[in-house]
Design a protein around this ligand. Structure first.
Ligand code: FDA
Length: 305
């Protein structure tokens, strides 16, 4: 219930103004966001690299209907990729992109061109791009853009949200060799007509999608902080003869850091999703919605404790 309210608030301009304007909010946001500047993002990436973790960096930003803003986001990614290039991360340092921030709602072709530019900059850095998945109305368009990007940049990946009814089939379609799929539970407020509702149904759907990807020939990116999903991944890896290096775990910056380091220490490939930038509101509200304890943490900070 609280989660649903927070997800609703994540789209509200009034709540955005109230939350963003509160000085102590920053303290809590810092737990999930690696700073506002590209320099802060680079420093975080370097620190994570030194603890054996790979990264996917997200320049924070959500849907825009302003072509100049979409172009500015594209430039921000190119600048970011140039900034992290000297760290020589190669495939251990990729970027995550929301097509809506590149102008998908204005014109899909515009978003495709911008995404091509980001993919080209990533290729120069020996790196790759993964497309985030947003609300269900964007899925067909995002997968269409993915297919076109992969013609020139076959390592481009995509997030698939297990909570959508369609996703098991999408996983089948994307389980061929060379395909990189990040499996997530899903973070948006979706109607019962398109998505499983409730934790148990979503978890079961996650396992079904995971099975398809682990049995396939692609590169599964298992994005979850859920111990049970991680344990099931290890069982499925055994069953389908997968070894360390042909799949990876992914987690969000600031969430279950101990688990990220423990898995990496045990030899698993672990990638941390590192968001940075000043447009953190939507991302931050989705993290609060995922876990009521985060709201308590937020309220305590607002109360100065
Ligand atoms: P679940 O929510 O069941 O959490 C399991 C456990 O993890 C909790 O009990 C808690 O311990 C911990 N945990 C989870 N969330 C937490 C939080 N916010 N704060 C503190 N602890 C937390 N979604 C989407 O729709 N599109 C996308 O493109 C992406 N991309 C993406 C990339 C990566 C790398 C990750 C890890 C996640 C995403 N997501 C996403 C978000 C995803 O859909 C989902 O909302 C979160 O990962 C939470 O789901 P879990 O699988 O962690 O399980």
């Amino acid at each position: 219930m609280l989660g649903q309210l927070l997800l609703a608030a994540s789209g509200s301009r009034v709540v955005r103004r109230a939350v963003s304007g509160f000085p102590l909010t920053r303290k809590v946001v810092d737990r999930f966001v690696a700073g506002e500047s590209v320099e802060e993002a680079r420093d975080t990436v370097e620190r994570l690299r030194d603890t054996g973790l790979a990264v996917t960096v997200d320049h924070l930003g959500e849907e825009t209907r302003d072509a100049r803003a979409a172009a500015a986001t594209t430039d921000a990614y190119v600048t970011l990729l140039r900034a992290i290039r000297p760290l020589e991360l190669g495939a251990r340092g990729e970027v995550s992109v929301k097509l809506s921030a590149l102008g998908q709602r204005i014109d899909e072709a515009m978003a495709l061109e911008h995404a091509r530019e980001v993919c080209a900059a990533a290729a120069v850095a020996g790196s790759a791009v993964t497309l985030d998945m947003e609300d269900h109305t964007t899925v067909d368009s995002t997968l269409a853009v993915l297919r076109k990007l992969r013609e020139d940049h076959p390592s481009t990946g995509v997030a698939i949200q297990a909570y959508l009814f369609r996703s098991e089939q999408d996983c089948r379609d994307l389980s061929s060799e060379g395909s990189r799929v990040r499996l997530v539970k899903g973070a948006y407020r979706e109607p019962a007509s398109v998505a499983h509702q409730g934790r148990t149904a979503v978890d079961k759907a996650y396992v079904r999608c995971l099975r398809v990807l682990m049995a396939g020939k692609g590169y599964p990116m298992v994005a979850t902080h859920d111990d049970r999903m991680i344990a099931i991944t290890e069982l499925l890896a055994d069953r389908f003869g997968r070894t360390i290096g042909d799949h990876e775990f992914q987690m969000l910056y600031g969430i279950r850091t101990d688990l990220q380091e423990a898995l990496a220490g045990a030899g698993h490939a672990v990638r941390v999703y590192v968001p940075y930038g000043d447009d953190w509101y939507g991302y931050f509200m989705r993290r609060l919605a995922e876990r009521p304890a985060n709201v308590a943490f937020f309220l305590r900070a607002l109360g100065g404790r």
